[in-house]
Design a protein around this ligand. Sequence first.
Ligand code: GN1
Ligand code: MG
Length: 363
Amino acid sequence: MGILHEDVCRQFRFQGVLKDVRQWGEGLINDTFFVETEGSTPDYILQRKNKNIFKDVPAMMDNIYKVTTHLKRVIFGRGGVPDREALTVIPTIDDALYYLDPAGDYWAACLFISGTTAYDRADTPELAWKGGAGIGKFQAMLADFREPLADILPGFHNMRFRLEQWDAVLAKDPVGRKAEVMEEIGWIESRRERMLGLWKAYEDGDLPTRITHNDTKISNILFDAQGHALCVIDLDTVLSSMCLNDFGDAIRSYTNAGAEDDENLANVYMKREIFEAYTRGYLSEARAFLMPAEVENLAFSALYITYEQVLRFLMDYIDGDNYYKVKYPTHNLVRARAQYKLLTSMEENYDAMCAVVKEAAKS
Ligand code: GN1
Ligand code: MG
């Protein structure tokens, strides 16, 4: 049997001799492969980018290149190891940041950072603290990056845009699923104005625009042998936006006692000790650059991003599953219900969350 995608690998400036190329990770969007080379030459991560979602892969790769170049400069200045603490994009033999194959698919590659561990879940407060510190440091290193990035995912985490998308899908009801999810639709409708309020504050300039990662789940951080957050990965969604996205999305994923698509809703609730640990870790790095208005909205951003995720999963279900990969016909609906359960748990804990943020912001 030949090596998977050997022809594609030949397009990149990979060192050494190919040994194996295999599927990697559990992403819902791209197809990811681990490229192993013989002997001591580096290994690589190769991805076929989802062109259905990323409409402008060249601009996306350009964003990633700009951000990683800045990170490497900062890391070097701090006496760190740029190729281990930031992603390294591997160019093609034509010196492009991506390869467009004859079938019209876009591929990109980066250096594999060896000797690191990635976690699927933040099961302990210690790990959650370190993850929070990792994202805080990532944002801090980019706090003085002023070049605007290309808006490659228009409306990502923009509630005004999401609700417009939502209204359009509901009006169309393309596969006739709307009638069976009226209760779930009510979850979205009843919180509309409150959720829109945060985005409006951003639109009004009460919250600054920063470089944001936009997918801060723990599996997007590599930890070193000492167990510290070493490198933030999966930079496909780096954008210029409000940095509350990153805190909110981390809380959504870290604190969930169940799975994102848990069918047993009793498993799903927000773990308060994980919330507290992440918040403390994050603020240990982010306290120095955050504005008061950002700190004040941290707890709410968790509700905001979780609500948005309920909306996105439910909308994709109603739309006939065009966005997220699904493993069975009601998968997006199951995901939406599980995320809603998490949202209600956050709502119940909201006052306590605000108190934790207030306290952690001081120390
Ligand atoms: C998608 O593919 P993955 O797991 O990195 C999505 C995120 C969602 C997440 C939900 C570009 O991320 O926004 O929060 O699924 N990414 C995009 O699991 O839509
Ligand atoms: Mg991602």
